[in-house]
Design a protein around this ligand. Sequence first.
Ligand SMILES: Nc1nc2c(c(=O)[nH]1)N[C@H]1C(S)=C(S)[C@@H](COP(=O)(O)O)O[C@H]1N2
Ligand SMILES: [Mo]
Length: 255
Amino acid sequence: MSIDPIQARPRLSLKDHKSDLINVERRLLLRGGLSLGAVSLLSGCSISDNEGIERALGAISRFNDRVQAVLFSGTRLAPTYTAAEITPDFPFNAYYPESKVRVIDGATWKLALAGRIADKTPWTLDALRTLPQESQITRHICVEGWSAIGQWAGVPFRTFLERIGADTKAAYVGFTCGDDYRSSIDMATALHPQTILALDYAGAPLPPKYGFPVKLRIPTKLGFKNPKHIMAITVTNDHPGGYWEDQGYNWFSGS
Ligand SMILES: Nc1nc2c(c(=O)[nH]1)N[C@H]1C(S)=C(S)[C@@H](COP(=O)(O)O)O[C@H]1N2
Ligand SMILES: [Mo]
């Protein structure tokens, strides 16, 4: 990548990359009303190929993560709703169809712990049920363009992290799931009072489609950052990424 120091605008070789650029231009507009010219100025890159565009977008997305992290309030609450406002037939979503939902055996399941955690003893479902539980009625917002209100209950994640002796000064918490999904969040969001290790949906144990045995419910983040079927939790300073995050979705993705 190079920037033209005199003209300070991208060297576009439209001849070779016209259709790529049209696609990218469309993606930029969808993501944030940016044009190719704006991206090249913001990133200091000349945008002449797809690889360059990906790099420029990555740089902007990481900048955007830092801005969102600074703006995130650890105490400001997401809106809550009444029971009457709960969406009937809450949608299912995953990177596969509902017929492929993983059915995990709750009797043998154990939550594995790794990284910067003092007590890495795995947790059973029964043991999680002995911890304090909280219930919330909040809105789940999916990047695919739908949102729905549901009721989840479980252990406040802060309570859990404190209980296991997690290093709450670490930067990230990463999740790996029973369906090979992965996601990760910043520590401020992990400690937010509405972030819960959810065991129940609508007053009953999570059904498989909503993430049995446990999902992390985070009403301050977009749906894809609410991992279902959690198998392992890692507290770390190394950026863990995630299934959609690694494909270019903005990592912070506050909602
Ligand atoms: N394990 C796992 N968690 C996941 C996903 C997934 O495919 N696998 N999809 C995410 C996305 S994109 C959304 S919108 C929500 C959907 O949750 P729901 O099925 O309870 O509506 O789960 C999120 N968590
Ligand atoms: Mo989603």
